[in-house]
Design a protein around this ligand. Sequence first.
Ligand code: AMP
Length: 278
Amino acid sequence: MKIFQFASDLKAELNGKEKSIGFVPTMGALHEGHLSLIEQSQNENDITVCSIFVNPTQFNKKEDLINYPSSDREDIELLEKINCDYLYIPAVSDIYPNGPVSERFDFGGIELEMEGKQRPGHFDGVGTVLKRLFEIIQPNKAYFGEKDFQQLQVVKKLNELVGFGMDIIGCPIYRESDGLAMSSRNKRLSAEQRKVAPLIFQTLSKVKSSFQDLNPNELEQMVKNAFDKEALLDLEYFEIADIKDLKKTTSIDTNKKYRAFISVFAGPVRLIDNIDLN
Ligand code: AMP
């Protein structure tokens, strides 16, 4: 695997290659969920570029940025093991030569729901870093996990807005054997928190199996009751939303597609998950 720290060097390397490029952006602390995206890219492209960059502009809380897990050496070993072709692992100054400031985007309102409400400016930060990374790497396809479903929809909008013309590929959520969605943040859970965290997916699964019988308000109440009983987990939000506009719904239109979205705190650690409903 070739490792690049500077955009100029990576651009020079990729420039003029008559090969299809698949790109997997990450913030590191890699796990099997990340690796599944890389493997999908390897199956569908001539070369695969992974990036590791903890993007400061998408964190609205300083403590969250400071405490974000990092394991560069282990990450590089994992990427070598699965034969990733290129890793771009820049410093903040290479991505933001003029300092880490977000561009403002209008993604049509989807950026203001759920994660956008809880983390103001988050999707401006995501849009800013991805626009820069897409300009450097110019991939044919870029891979994103449905774990961050709202982000996936925002990236599709960014691709349209900027006119990159690449394919944005959504990939399924990888889970631990007890159902907990894999996440770099899971490393920060205490043993006790880790033990109860599967309640998140158990609850989402219950919502899915009850979707035909209960209305969205009843389902929300069911979720609230489940978390009220678990002292180690605090529900931040639960919403059933139309996958197109990501607006919370209180009634079901059988012609539309819905997903349930959840955010839960385990102490200071924020965990998100979602599930398709129909
Ligand atoms: P992150 O490093 O958390 O920014 O994630 C980088 C990419 O990996 C994003 O597209 C995530 O949606 C995706 N990802 C993270 N966790 C998972 C997972 N458990 N399953 C599938 N994709 C994931």
